[in-house]
Write a protein that binds this ligand. Structure first.
Ligand SMILES: [Zn+2]
Length: 177
């Protein structure tokens, strides 16, 4: 610790434990003996001293209402809570986006498959009509079967039944029992 000599105003260093004993000390500058304060904190001299406003002044060591460590801990807890909240929200919105996209893809795939089946069936009908004009009865029978199979793939039962009937007619025409 440090104290200002009341005789010569020089700063005098002394061990901490001496101050609590209220011991006497001899100033190394002016050789005068004076007593250290017993409280353990330096007593400000009655005359003006610029070190009164320095960080070693007693006013500064008074306990704070909220310690800086408390504020740091509170800040850390709040930061973690905010980070967890942001993470959770982003996870939820990511999952819902993935679910929506998966559903959209399934819907589109279903539509696309339906479109493909319809295309296959209409192509088969076109081929049946060409075969009917240019081919044998046997060719027409085979092609009618292809059209019926296409509607079965498309799960179009009405058209499947219709083309099974046409297939049977073509079979009769071709002489197939
Ligand atoms: Zn002195």
């Amino acid at each position: 610790m440090e104290i200002v000599c009341p005789h010569c105003s020089q700063p005098v260093q002394f061990p901490n434990d001496l101050s609590s004993a209220g011991a006497s000390i001899r100033c190394p500058y002016c050789q005068e003996v004076f007593q250290l304060p017993g409280s353990g904190t330096p007593v400000p001299p009655p005359w003006h001293d610029p070190r009164q406003t320095s960080p070693t002044s007693p006013r500064y060591s008074q306990p704070h209402t909220t310690s800086p460590v408390g504020w740091i801990l509170l800040g850390g807890v709040v930061s973690i809570a905010v980070a967890v909240g942001v993470w959770w929200y982003s996870q939820q919105s990511y999952r819902s986006r993935v679910n929506q996209m998966t559903q959209d893809i399934r819907e589109r795939a279903k539509e696309e498959m339906g479109r493909i089946h319809q295309q296959v069936a209409s192509d088969a009908i076109a081929q049946y009509q060409i075969t009917k004009r240019n081919g044998t009865a046997m060719d027409a029978f085979v092609q009618a079967g292809v059209v019926a199979a296409a509607f079965l793939q498309a799960k179009d039962e009405a058209n499947y039944q219709k083309w099974k009937a046409i297939e049977r007619q073509e079979a009769a025409r071709a002489g197939i029992p």
